[in-house]
Write a protein that binds this ligand. Sequence first.
Ligand SMILES: NC(=O)c1ccc[n+]([C@@H]2O[C@H](COP(=O)([O-])OP(=O)(O)OC[C@H]3O[C@@H](n4cnc5c(N)ncnc54)[C@H](O)[C@@H]3O)[C@@H](O)[C@H]2O)c1
Length: 354
Amino acid sequence: MRIAVIGAGYWGPNLVRNFRASPHWELSAVCDVDPDRARRLAGPGTGVRVATSVEDLLDADDVDAVAIATPAATHHDIAHAALAAGKHVLVEKPLADTGERGRSMVQAASDSALVLMTDHTYCYTPAVLKMRELIHGGELGEILFIDSVRINLGLVQPDVDVFWDLAPHDLSIIDFILPGGLTPVTVSALGADPLGAGKSCIGYLTLPLANGAIAHVHVNWLSPTKIRQMIVGGSRRTLVWDDLNPQQRLSVYDRGVDLGLQALDGAERRTATVSYRLGDTWSPALPETEALAAMVTEFASAIHAKRSARTDGGSGLRVLSILEAASRSLDAGGGVVPLGAEREPVLAGKSFGG
Ligand SMILES: NC(=O)c1ccc[n+]([C@@H]2O[C@H](COP(=O)([O-])OP(=O)(O)OC[C@H]3O[C@@H](n4cnc5c(N)ncnc54)[C@H](O)[C@@H]3O)[C@@H](O)[C@H]2O)c1
């Protein structure tokens, strides 16, 4: 199938490289409002068409699908134009800049029976796939807590705060690895802007889960040290993912706390007994494959099989609903925002287009 990549900035070249290398795709066009960027990315003498507007791009009939790597505020209009022209659509995270606009994209894809996929890149890494397998296979037992840290010296983005820039990664991963997806009861966000950039550059998200567990996400553009770590604590085992440690990205700790209730005198009085288990630690072997290569393959497979993609529009919407609740919480000075009616159902694999 023939693909056009829209957006030749920071991320577009990664998509182009992977579509070029894929046996499932032929790169037929690159589009950017900046003609020099588009030309550079298309490369001289490659026969790849260069377009400087989405209208020009869609005028010719040489693409079957588009990949959108432009700023979040432009995703909605570009996706709608592409869907209206009968093209399958891959959209970079976040799916859109508001839940309402995201929902209209999902609806349009569903109405026209076209695939709309969100590039939640990490869901295609061997480490995250293994985490999902272990958690879904019951290796961790009941999930007690999730703690995710994604901090480094990052670019202060012109259009979004640190929550909308970085937290889509953590949220989409947690949504992917938890059976039933990420469905917090409430969302609380605390942000800080100590440099006066006009938006949160440091952010903490607290997401209580229905079973009494809690997920926490720390994102930060101002940290001189880079940390990409997630801990998933379970009643049987605990899993630690350190994405910056290629020798041992995943560690599984066979350790934990058991809580028992003991009758004191055989009558009503009871006390909690706490015992600690100290078992082995092991590290699953993982292949070193590029996530984006698997992602572009999944896009092609979903189109061929006429099914929704692993990270479909629905997963993009679930992430958006939490980001929107986080923004409302920030506006309320860190208040607790219930995630009720607007929560997106988990439909992955069930609804084509969604
Ligand atoms: N999956 C990931 O890990 C990952 C990583 C980085 C960025 N992203 C996402 O990729 C998207 C782009 O981010 P970026 O950092 O590459 O941004 P960028 O600003 O570096 O590049 C965006 C490009 O889009 C072009 N553009 C803007 N509006 C356009 C339009 N209407 N038509 C055609 N071209 C247009 C700009 O000229 C620019 O070249 C964002 O949604 C971002 O969140 C994803």
